[in-house]
Design a protein around this ligand. Sequence first.
Ligand SMILES: C[S@@+](CC[C@H](N)C(=O)[O-])C[C@H]1O[C@@H](n2cnc3c(N)ncnc32)[C@H](O)[C@@H]1O
Length: 213
Amino acid sequence: MKTVVGKAMSILAGQLGHPRGPLGKLVALVLNRGNRTVVAASVTAAEVTAGESAADIGFGGGVGLPLLLERAGADGVVYGVEISHDMLDGARRRFTSEIGSGRLRLLEGSMDKLPFDADSLDAVITVNTLYFVPDLDRACAELARVLRPKGRLVVGIGDPDAMAKMPFTEYGFRLRAVADVIAALQGAGFSVEDRPVSGGTVPFHALVARPTR
Ligand SMILES: C[S@@+](CC[C@H](N)C(=O)[O-])C[C@H]1O[C@@H](n2cnc3c(N)ncnc32)[C@H](O)[C@@H]1O
């Protein structure tokens, strides 16, 4: 039988994987504050330049969206993709003018079936999301499919040893070895550089991946 703490951790883990409802709003605020450093490092690593198209897959509270918008500039387009209706609704309320101008497009979708044509994006970031993706190879293949040949993908993950010490990760997080994530990205046709990022809540890896085709 689950203890009260176990039940609370299980609810938290569920919210982190799919924020929703009143608690989801709070989780979004906590994500934005706690993950700002690692999301910003991932945006920097994606090297988005003015006029490019970039996506944040699983943007959660949306902390990465203004950072991508700033880099993509007036002629670029930023896409935010989420499985959570409530995170999409929150971002729709927060970014009305960017959406109105067409610079930001918010789409419901999942990493294993991305709502993009092949070769359509210059840059993709996905941060703290792979823990919730059951089929890693399929997700990597999707990410490879949507990126242009000169595109950049940044997959951000907390170091699995440090993540395993957090009290909620035992409730459904998939904590994969960094080497396994790199191997899956390589299998999907990427070359991968592992950049350590400090200053977040746990040691962090920004896996910077470029298509080899
Ligand atoms: C822990 S939050 C991270 C949010 C943000 N990237 C950050 O680092 O602050 C994980 C987010 O990924 C989303 N997510 C989970 N599975 C997903 C999937 N298969 N495709 C796209 N987004 C997903 C969740 O809804 C949630 O908002």
